[in-house]
Design a protein around this ligand. Structure first.
Ligand SMILES: NC(=O)c1ccc[n+]([C@@H]2O[C@H](COP(=O)([O-])OP(=O)(O)OC[C@H]3O[C@@H](n4cnc5c(N)ncnc54)[C@H](OP(=O)(O)O)[C@@H]3O)[C@@H](O)[C@H]2O)c1
Length: 255
């Protein structure tokens, strides 16, 4: 018996990093998937890998800031697989990094719209589709803006902390329908988005970021996917409204 046997799930940000790892894990655990990112070619690679392992996934590329795209992810889950049980709203960007005094409004808006407004649009359509069948909505937040103020990351921190407040209200609204809603807060994770993989990153940057964590390393995307699987599955049947850290102790470490 697998943890997501015959469950139907949407995963955004599935073309890379944490979402890609989650797509492969959720499929292995029996879920049928609608996967999203902006890059269709990268999504098709993920779908091919899932199908090669006997899983089922459909790639729908598009921008999560587009309400029509969010609606189409849900419509595809319903029309192709028969409903919706789980959504891992994981797409996100760090966006422009600058001190607040030097941060352009355009950059602020892009980050807020991608990381926060898109989550609202997703939840709106996903919760309506799940209705009374029960389910799990997961939103990828971060420790930045929750337990750490990191210079230059104001828009990112505000967008991701905003998700935690959003999750609390949504969990309260949807609890009677047995729809659980949680935020997942990874620590530094070795993905293309990490500042440690930026073109100008040095070994010193990597050592610094690793050293911030109690475990003195970064996460692999598969480790964060495991935490998402917990929140998606009945293993977390009494967990809702939380901001769940999977952060290698970056929030508590002062050494
Ligand atoms: N890596 C870390 O250290 C870390 C730590 C804490 C939280 N997080 C969060 O974890 C989530 C996943 O990030 P990651 O580290 O796995 O980064 P990643 O490898 O860059 O993946 C980001 C994903 O989001 C998608 N995406 C970005 N903007 C999008 C948009 N407007 N519409 C649709 N899809 C979009 C990307 O797809 P396309 O490129 O195909 O559009 C990609 O699949 C993000 O929300 C991030 O903020 C990451």
């Amino acid at each position: 018996m697998t943890l997501l046997n015959d469950k139907i799930a949407i995963i955004t940000g599935a073309s890379s990093g944490i979402g890609r790892a989650a797509a492969k894990l959720f499929a292995r655990e029996g879920a049928k998937l609608v996967v999203n990112g902006r890059r269709q070619d990268a999504l098709e690679v993920v779908v091919a890998e899932i199908e090669a392992e006997g899983g089922q996934a459909i790639a729908i590329s598009g921008d999560v800031r587009d309400e029509a795209l969010q609606a189409s992810l849900v419509e595809t889950a319903v029309s192709r697989f028969g409903g919706l049980d789980i959504a891992f709203n994981n797409a996100g960007i760090i966006g422009d990094m600058a001190p607040v005094a030097g941060l352009a409004l355009e950059g602020w808006r892009e980050t807020i719209e991608t990381n926060l407004t898109a989550a609202f649009l997703g939840a709106k359509h996903q919760s309506a589709a799940i209705g009374n069948r029960g389910g799990s909505l997961i939103f990828t937040s971060t420790f930045v803006g929750h337990t750490a103020g990191m210079p230059g990351m104001a828009a990112y921190a505000a967008s991701k902390a905003g998700l935690i407040g959003f999750v609390q209200v949504l969990a309260a609204e949807l609890g009677r329908q047995n729809i659980r809603v949680n935020a997942l807060l990874p620590g530094g994770t070795d993905t293309p988005a990490s500042i440690t993989n930026a073109p100008d990153a040095t070994p010193e940057v990597l050592a610094f970021v690793e050293g911030l964590h109690a475990l003195k390393r970064m996460a692999q995307p598969e480790e964060i996917a495991n935490a998402a699987l917990f929140l998606a599955s009945d293993m977390s049947s009494f967990v809702t409204g939380t901001a769940m850290l999977a952060d290698g102790g970056v929030s508590i470490s002062r050494t």
